[in-house]
Design a binder for this molecule. Sequence first.
Ligand code: HSE
Length: 353
Amino acid sequence: MQVAVYAPATSANLSVGFDLLGLAVRRLDGKRLGDIVVAADFSEQDTNLARPGEPALAFAGKGKFIGKLADKLETNLVYKAYVLYRRELQARDHEVKPLALTLYKNMPVGSGLGSSSSSAVAALVALNEFHGQLLEKTTMLALMGELEGTVSGSAHYDNVAPAYLGGLQLMLPPAYAPYPGAPERPVKEGALTQELPIFEQWYWVLAYPGIVIKTEDARRILPDSYSRSQIIAQTAYMASFVHALYLGDQELAARSLRDLVAEPYREQLLPNADKIRTLLYQAGALACGISGSGPTFYALANNLATAQKLQEVFAQHYLQNEEGFVYICQTDFDGAVVLSEQEFAQFLRQEEI
Ligand code: HSE
């Protein structure tokens, strides 16, 4: 048995929703922008990495960006996913099967496109499919958050949730302690995130300049507290964005994509940040900003001709080296998917693996 799972790239924050919004994206040209993990039966030819007494395990890494990952197995996200998954199965009196895992690392790390989440989600979904879906969605999402937290320092779901579930995902408030005397109102089970409507005709032009910014570094430079006026303004933008989505008001939604929390502090980490916004707006962008914790920058258009102009601006003014790229994307409403044999073969052909 063999199962290949693809989890798409994601753009977290969308300026207005720091740590609260995440969007799954797909390339308009049909090529994959996300990682693939294959779980297959362990075979005689595989090198067994398991300790004595444990079910056999083999691991391999392939793909354009595999060289950017540390060699050590223990730090590899797919291996960590395996360890977490095994823990959950054991807690339910099940054991993992002997298996061989292969990661196709198709996304640059530290890019602001949810690279680690893509690996984490693809790995956990592949493991779960391989074991006949022993874990349900809520547990899976919680595990994905936990896994992502091992990379960025704290568990956020703004990349894993859209990579798993697709579309635009809003993170819901945690189950916090009630005011003294107020009744306990636990969050409905499973309600970690909520899908929001998003304009299908919106084009997200995503430009990765080719340099690396670690999420933990991009978080360290943020202030610990914000002023009352900043909090009020940010809450207003977020509320009007969500309101506009339900209203179907593209203009208001785009106008609400503003960030006072992270972008003003993070721009210093980006190449040409002072100039790029002006150029993008001159070329017709409805909005623009940092994708996740950067350095990828996004620009929004509601028609292809404008999206192509934005792509041109990025290509000329934002890409720093050969590893950089700029893709016109739209929302991916599928999230993580099991690939058919044909789809997987097509991916291998396209990426020349
Ligand atoms: N919301 C995160 C940040 C992105 O901007 O730091 C990674 O989850």
